[in-house]
Design a protein around this ligand. Sequence first.
Ligand code: FE2
Length: 420
Amino acid sequence: MSVDFVKKHLYSGSINPAGTYQLIINLLGLYLIYRAASGWNTDMLWVYIFWLLFSTVAELKPISMPNNDQLTVSFAVHISAQILFGLPLAILSSTFANIVTDLIGRRGWKKMLFNVSQYSITIYCSWFVYQFLRPGSGPLDLKSDFLAMVMSCLTYVLVNFVLVSTVISLSQGTRWIRQLTNDVKLEMIHFATLVPVSLLIVILYNYEPLSIVILLLPLAMAHFSFDNYMTLRTETKNTIEVLADIIDKRDAYTAQHSLRVANYCEAIAHMLKLKPSDYETLITAARVHDLGKISVPDSILLKDQCLKPEERSVINDHAIIGFNILNNLRFYKSGAMFVCHHHERYDGTGYPKGLKGDQIPLGARIMAVADSYDAMTSDRPYRKAMTAEVALAEIIKNSGTQFDPQIVEVFIEIIRSERI
Ligand SMILES: [Fe+2]
């Protein structure tokens, strides 16, 4: 996991938490690199050369993540280097690889400095745990050192997540715990795959140094499989959001409606302190909540007169149709239920199922308030947009009948304190 998010403002010159944090990490990292360089062992020149190249190859072709992070397979190379050859080689090979790849990628010296520093600290911590837990200081013994190796891997993952999530959280103003949980959720599979690979590199190298060549293919395949998975995920999300925006734009009065509803939902979820996973599910679903309107013809969708019952029924079907589309996509599956029920009413008179009170998923109850408020505060062909106070009064009037009173209470606080 390397960093690809250093924004211009991080080094704007003024003292800010993100800049101060980076400065501390950079100083610590540079100190560790200096110590590693002092421990350079000329007797191991060929090992150094091989591992410098191995580390550099591992840093190439990073996978871009939705959280602005970049993933590589370098974790496996760093861990195996510190276990097999000690701290200086591990830190120096990582530093060399990051400098080379950041120069090739023209990522800028600030990002490069942070990358080499955070990797050096991460490697140091994993090395420290490994040394601390090893039963003896003799040559590597796979049986007795196994626990120390596993704990060293876990330490690497933990420290890396904390260091990178903290700088993202500080620079983007996101909640630290939310950022950390999101990053872990997104990248855990990648790291979990690399733990056994790291141990295999150690075992094979210990048996016969040249045998680690055997691992290059599975390592590359694991990397590209994960890359494919992430690309598919990102492309799915982008495509569905573009579709949702096109549907909003079919009616000039609802352009960007879904985006605003997602923003209101985000504010409500923040106030309700939803779990990070529920938080993301809600926002991604809210962003495409009217996708099912793809099935509604213009003659009905854009009609500015009263709808006949059969036309109303065609519009109402959009909730179920949206659910049917999203439920087929892994990335949207957990939020599909919110889309299905975003027109339910708290008193049980809504659609499509007539669910009542807590039977309605919390995400759908939140979406209902956000959706109605945005509809009321937007122009319609048959009326001008209501003011915020008039729309709020309408929401309050329908609290307990159309809307969940607890969510209405939170929403009033958000709008009145202008937290959006
Ligand atoms: Fe809707």
